[in-house]
Design a protein around this ligand. Structure first.
Ligand code: ATP
Ligand code: MG
Length: 552
């Protein structure tokens, strides 16, 4: 279920005004990832915002790969990004690569040179930085600033032809070295990079900078509202300068909103890539990663992610969202969809001594009490079952109502059992407990003579299917240091716990990405990479709201 709609926000209000005033007949937005990594939940925020706005006003949204930096980009990322956008539930109108427009961008640069608005500069990157000035001090003009138009045209063409080495020359905009906005102090528009590009191969050895390429890409595609994050607010004058000076036919405008930040979550591709490269995680889609592919493998649904990012809204100032809010939306979505079942993650054998040997009976239970239409499931019951090790103690603390010698509990969907005997190994560990059951207490009967305070889950031993459970905690421990340089020192050593247990036999039918609610444990997803039919592997998506330990 989607809470789609029409939460008001300042960008939406601008769009409403632009349509009303006739400034635009149709709005076009775009989602412009750089294909230098996998998408993360912050990108999901941008995707939902861009696509939802266009959808609401019958506009269009393009998927555009902002691929102007050959060294870091790769086709693997292009394919992964497409898959993730579609999985989130969106289909783009146009599919573009910035690199498809390198020729047009080059021609615009030539136009700027001819207008006296751009020049070739021989200063090194370091010298450019050193002469840029500060917020208090103006920058110094480059000694190459007043080259003639002819010389600039000649040098720029030779840059393109490959006559110079990386870093030897750049093309700079000729704006104002004393501008209070540092981005306007003759920013670099083109740099030399002798590198093979994932799309254009070795055709180019000069590449446009983001601030020059982005507005032009928007203009070529006819984007009306170019939405980006707040860091680009100070770049907007340059965006407008490029649009004005290149005299593009269409006049896109840039709007900024606050990026999504989440507690205990690294969200920059640079750091996520470090986790992958250092093998801290099992690839970009490790279920602990905040990537869209990681969230998918963990078991979060597109609906939960969409509802989460919509709920946060669109703000003009940065803040940090509690990651538990995403979990809330995951539970909300799965509550009605996920079949209920039982699984034992740390098994303890129970023998029910007064239950006939060799007998198996089939008990019935609703697949989802919150959604009766899902029907009924059959659960086998016999003399031997597994319960959770945590649900038995030999010497109970006060108010402990689960299994201990002499105590009676309810087995969910089955009978009351009473613990009579504890079997230990030579080391004194409990390896089995012996109980008796009361046939009169069968679940669904109108037995009222006695009550028990504890209800526990179980799996019938004879037909139980072995299963692996993967329990997760946040990967990052200290939220303040998450983006710090040595954040690898701040990882949670307990972010993954692997347990071997048992599930109901009908789990043989479970397919990759199927989701279940294990009674008292939480919501789990069948891992698409590790699971087999003989042995499913379940990823914990979220625990139940009431924590795993049932209230006694
Ligand atoms: P990162 O720093 O994680 O690499 P990026 O901004 O460099 O992110 P891009 O691929 O350039 O990544 O981003 C594509 C789009 O997604 C941009 O419009 C960007 O503003 C948006 N975006 C990226 N991160 C977030 C975030 N945390 N919240 C909202 N939008 C985001
Ligand atoms: Mg980027």
């Amino acid at each position: 279920m989607d809470n789609k709609a029409t939460q008001s926000n300042f960008i939406r209000n601008i769009i409403i005004d632009d349509l009303k005033s006739g400034k635009h007949k149709e709005i076009i937005t775009r989602f412009p990832p750089e294909p230098n990594g996998y998408l993360h939940i912050g990108h999901a925020k941008s995707i939902v915002l861009n696509f939802d706005l266009a959808d609401e006003f019958n506009g269009k949204t393009n998927l555009r790969f902002d691929d102007t930096n050959p060294v870091k980009e790769d086709t693997e990322y292009v394919e992964a990004i497409k898959e993730d956008v579609q999985w989130l539930g969106y289909q783009w109108d146009g599919l573009y690569f910035a690199s498809d427009f390198f020729e047009e961008m080059y021609n615009w640069a030539v136009k700027l040179i001819k207008k006296g608005k751009a020049y070739v500069c021989d200063l090194s990157a370091e010298q450019i930085r050193a002469t840029r000035g500060t917020l208090k001090e103006p920058g110094q003009e480059s000694p190459y600033r007043n080259r003639s138009i002819e010389e600039n045209l000649d040098l720029f063409e030779r840059m393109r032809k490959g006559e110079f080495k990386d870093g030897e020359k750049v093309l700079r905009a000729k704006i104002d070295m004393a501008s209070p906005n540092l981005n306007m102090r003759d920013p670099v528009l083109y740099r030399i990079a002798h590198a093979t590009h994932h799309n254009t191969g070795d055709k180019w050895c000069i590449y446009p900078m983001y601030d020059y390429a982005h507005p032009l890409e928007d203009a070529v595609e006819g984007v009306t509202h170019s939405i980006c994050t707040l860091e680009f607010e100070d770049h907007r004058p340059l965006y407008d300068w490029v649009i004005n000076e290149c005299e593009t036919e269409s006049q896109p405008r840039q709007y900024e909103f606050a990026r999504l930040n989440m507690t205990n979550t690294v969200m920059s591709k640079r750091y996520l890539k470090l986790l992958v490269d250092e093998k801290v995680v099992d690839g970009w889609d490790d279920p602990r990663m905040p990537t869209v592919s990681g969230l998918r493998r963990r078991g979060y649904t597109p609906e939960a992610i969409r509802n989460f990012v919509r709920e946060i809204g669109v703000a003009k100032s940065n803040s940090i969202v509690d990651a538990q809010m995403l979990d809330h939306f995951a539970r909300e979505d799965l509550k009605l969809k996920a079949p209920r079942t039982m699984g034992v993650v740390r098994p303890l054998k129970v023998v029910i001594t007064n239950y006939p040997e060799g007998q198996v009976e089939w008990l019935e239970a609703e697949i989802n009490p919150e959604n009766p239409e899902m029907g009924i499931r059959q659960i086998p019951f016999s003399r031997e079952i597994y319960v959770e090790q945590d649900d038995f103690v030999e010497n109970p603390p006060p108010k402990y109502h689960r299994l201990f010698p002499g105590n009676e509990v309810r087995l969910k969907h089955a009978y009351f059992i009473k613990c009579n005997e504890v079997i230990k190994d030579a080391a004194g560990n409990v390896v089995e407990i012996r109980c008796t059951y009361d046939p009169a207490t069968k679940s669904g009967s109108d037995f009222t003579e006695r009550k028990v305070k504890g209800t526990i889950h179980w799996v019938e031993a004879g037909q139980a299917l072995p299963a692996e459970f993967r329990l997760y905690e946040p990967l990052i421990l200290d939220e303040d240091k998450e983006e710090g340089e040595n954040f690898l020192d701040n990882l949670n050593p307990n972010s993954l716990e692997i347990l071997q247990g048992f599930v109901e036999p009908n789990m043989k039918e479970a397919k990759p990405q199927d989701k279940f609610q294990f009674f008292r444990h939480g919501y789990f997803n069948v891992d698409p990479k590790l699971s087999t039919q003989e042995k499913p592997v379940f990823n914990l998506i979220v625990s139940l709201k009431s924590s795993f330990k049932i209230k006694d």
